[in-house]
Design a protein around this ligand. Structure first.
Ligand code: F6R
Length: 255
């Protein structure tokens, strides 16, 4: 895409269409910087032309373990600030894995049960880490994994240090939906912007399927949309073909 704004509008359009057809749609929510243009475009769209979103449900991908309740960088706080409030969603309908160490041993299974009880995720928004992670499934994560504790790589902790006062404040552990959980969502939308994501995108889209590149798990999914800018696309070997397919996309295809 030519800009992050255009990418945001494209995905927001698909989400709006989904909610219009299914008012209690289940959204899979990513945090981090990448999905912000989607949430901003959705907020704009709902403000300009409101639709009923009171029954929309949502599941975040992941949460840090051990941050004090209410910490502004906990993903519960981030999802509330960046998604629930600007979009006017019903707070009780939006779930985030519980990163409280006291209940962490059962939190993963509880989260899996909640996703299943909701009927599964209709559209899963995903960013990708420089390590190739989806959610916080760092290299070595099983393609069959479900929601569980992971240890963050030092690369990911360094990348996320921008949100904290000091790099040492970035938690060491997280609870994340597994690759197996993510693969059960009915539609995956992977977004990536910037040169720093080019290797991870090439590995995810065109590399061998391997737990060493967790993003490559998307190759197993029946419906994936990858939305990138020129820099993030720069290491794709088949780029000319993808551009050709995009240029000839029929209006009835959807994203
Ligand atoms: C966020 C998440 C991560 C991020 C990834 C990219 O919930 O699970 O996989 O999507 O770390 O982060 P940004 O978008 O900040 O570059």
């Amino acid at each position: 895409m030519e800009s992050q704004e255009a990418a945001g509008e494209l995905v927001a359009g698909a989400i709006r269409e989904l909610i219009t057809a299914k008012p209690d749609a289940v959204l899979g929510l990513a945090t981090g910087s990448t999905p912000l243009p989607v949430y901003q475009a959705l907020a704009k769209s709902f403000a300009a032309d409101p639709i009923d979103v009171s029954r929309v449900r949502g599941f975040a991908l992941d949460e840090y373990v051990g941050l004090p309740p209410g910490h502004p960088e906990s993903y519960r706080a981030v999802i509330t600030r960046d998604v629930v409030e600007p979009l006017g969603l019903t707070p009780e309908n939006i779930h985030v894995p519980n990163g409280d160490p006291a209940t962490i041993r059962t939190a993963g299974d509880d989260y899996e049960r909640a996703i299943i009880a909701a009927g599964g995720v209709d559209i899963q928004i995903l960013g990708i880490g420089r390590t190739g992670h989806l959610g916080f499934n760092e290299p070595g994560s099983s393609f069959g994994s479900t929601t569980r504790i992971k240890t963050l790589t030092e690369k990911t902790r360094a990348d996320n240090a921008r949100f904290f006062d000091s790099p040492d404040d970035v938690p060491m552990h997280c609870i994340t939906q597994g690759l197996g959980t993510i693969l059960r969502a009915r539609h995956l939308v992977v977004l990536a912007f910037g040169e720093s994501k080019a290797d991870a995108i090439a590995a995810a889209v065109e590399g061998p399927m391997t737990a060493s590149q967790p993003g490559s798990a998307i190759q197993l999914h029946p419906h994936v949309t990858v939305i990138v800018d020129a820099a993030a696309a720069s290491k794709l070997a088949n780029l000319a073909y993808y551009k050709h397919a995009w240029a000839h996309k029929a209006p009835w295809e959807g994203i």
